[in-house]
Ligand binder design. Sequence first.
Ligand SMILES: [Zn+2]
Length: 465
Amino acid sequence: MVSNLASKAEKHMVWNIRYLHMLVARCITKKLTVISKHYTLRKIKASVYQYFLFLFTVFFVCFVIVGCNVKANIQTITDIQPTVLLISFDGFRWDYLTKADIPNLDNLIADGVKAKSLIPVFPSKTFPNHYTIVTGLYTDNHGIIANTMYDPEFDATFTLQDRKAVEDGRWWGGEPLWVTAEKQGQITASMFWPGSEAEIKGIRPTYWKRFDRNFSYDQRVDQVLSWFSLKVENRPTFITLYFEGTDTQGHINGPESPQVKAAIREVDNALGILLNGLKQRGIYENVNIIIVSDHGMTSINPKKTIFIDDYVDLSDVEIIDWSPVTGLRPSQSNNEKVYNSLVNAHPNLTIYRKKEIPEHFHYRNHRRIAPIIAVADEGWSISSHSWLTGGKAFLKGTHGYDYRLPSMHGIFIASGPDFKQGLVIESFQNIHIYNLIAHILGLKPAPNDGDFNLIQSTLNSEQSE
Ligand SMILES: [Zn+2]
């Protein structure tokens, strides 16, 4: 609808400009004839100046008219329901907020609530954490225990590149917010989010998109704004929006690189376009906007590599996910042999039998967690000689480490009618966001690991559950 209105305005603009061109051309021809007959050179100069001034004025007026037309065609929304727009800046480390000029994020923070940082769940990887944010569940309880995983019951492997697996609901446990909302009669939309492409409990968001990196930031923002412009009976009350640039540049160039700074400015700019669109529709102050990131980022280099094949015969184990958390699946008879070879092998590598993984990791019950887990210290990578000599490029940044490391922490910023203004809160874990959003939307939350009491202080007048 918005694009229809915009294209009408553009047609209007084209006709306005054509008409003015014609008018100006006629005036110039007529006047030049008069000039050649009666005017001196000095007068001609003065006339030329006057005509440039005239042209400038005409075009200025023209652009003001066109600008007003475009704005006038965006309808003000007066019937907005309680709504949450959940935005993720992938891999946006908590201190990126001080690394670049981010006027739009700064405005949102001044208008709302900011946490010192958002603590991820273990492992601090993209899919596990995005799915925790929308389910309120630890990885152990929702089953997305890594970006790459093996399920012994399905005898199948899940990877981010495998569209069939990503869109297969059997991998996704728990109940994401869009399912909770749709079950309770609300409309939801996803402009990308891990899990939103799968039918979970038989339900997908009413509107959803298959992930496509080539879908530009502008197109994503435009899509979200067009959902807002739908009639109230079709308009979603819960919308997700995702930007990956900060993560991509953090991996390729490292978290301290100028490319990451540029990526920070780029997401801030996209946010600015979005906020402006909400203001044009008169709903900036009516929409609850929550900005999160799934994890942080830390620098890595090839000198800090732990070669698993220095200690273990790779033919004795199956390794599905490599670094910085490695899941090793030895054959039953090799279990203790592999464990003993690794347990004190390297000073920067911690080895756990599955049942001995510390409880606070909430990472030891799910069948997809491998029998032996290796966790690298911050900045260290786990690899094999054959992999590194295979010509693969070594990245300059990564994440996935112990969730307690500050470098693994992300951001939480929230602003809107339900949030307090100018509040900074302590760091908290992302399992609590599900309950917060369910509360704002008036939904009965599904069972989850979060605690609404720990986060309700962010809300106006500390609304009770
Ligand atoms: Zn990520």
